[in-house]
Ligand binder design. Sequence first.
Ligand code: DAH
Length: 359
Amino acid sequence: MELDALRNRYLAAVLAAGDEAALEEVRLAALGKKGEISAMMATLGKMEPEARKAAGAALNVLKDEIDAALRAKKSALADAALDARLATEWLDVTLPGRPRPRGTIHPVSQVTEEVIAIFADMGFAVAEGPQVESDWHNFDALNIPPEHPARQEHDTFFMARAEGDTRPPHVLRTHTSPVQIRAMEARGAPVRIICPGRVYRMDMDHTHTPMFHQVEGLALGRDISMAHLKWTLEEFCRAFFEVPSVELRFRASHFPFTEPSAEVDIRCSWAGGQLKIGEGDSWLEILGSGMVHPKVLAAGGIDPTQWQGFAFGMGIDRIAMLKYGIPDLRAFFESDLRWLRHYGFSALDMPTVSGGLSR
Ligand code: DAH
């Protein structure tokens, strides 16, 4: 009678235990060293042999029964915990795959990479300079002294100086040409570099934005001539516009930092409102260029009696508009997602000369 009551109490307690800790308490209360069953086992010694035998057997059965119930409950609790975890960490592997990320490479980034790939193939390294530039690098070193009219044409943004500081203020560079000077200072001659980057001018209409992009080229050697300039630019245009041949027209011009100077036009057609490069009767200006002025070489620390070469500067946004038929420059910088999806490029298509530029 007493053992039956004990059994019922402990089996009920096992059933009621809600977690492993509660279950362990039940085990200790029943079967632990100081547990109730253990205590009863300890009284067997004082019994008559016959009674001890019967009571001992009954206690062992009870002990095994409680032990079995404890184990069963323990594994049930573990199963329930696993089920709960599986329910919260559930993943439907039959769902369709996630769509590709929708971001695109901006046409300016794409074209910059294309330009770099083409010139790298011709042995030009990429050089960089600061966007906040010294007045000297941006103007004086490029043969544009303080009173030169070209300074006014540049619509320059000036940085503030501390009060009382009378040095000329730094400027947001108005062109990438100062990187020529920095490259000469850092690398000397011979040198072959291009410098793509942002430039700034206070100007805003459908073909001008206050920030835009240029790429500068510089090649110096013992006998580099206009002929090398012409070949290099023709080779570049053919590769860039992805046409079998191009025709360039060199128009005499003036830049303070080159002598002689030329603006370069490319033959094109507008038939049917569609721009085609390399054919037709129209000409489109695409860049400025010339032989680097001796004063500019000297400013860059290079002896003009020993070295000579060419330079050019080209608008990246402009050639991007031409190549990809983008009508309005301002749209480049409006961050309109619809525009970016339409004109953007896949992040996985890295332009290379061997693999194709824009495919
Ligand atoms: N720096 C000129 C501009 O921003 C472009 C240019 C013309 C760069 C002739 C050159 C050059 O290197 O030779 O308008």
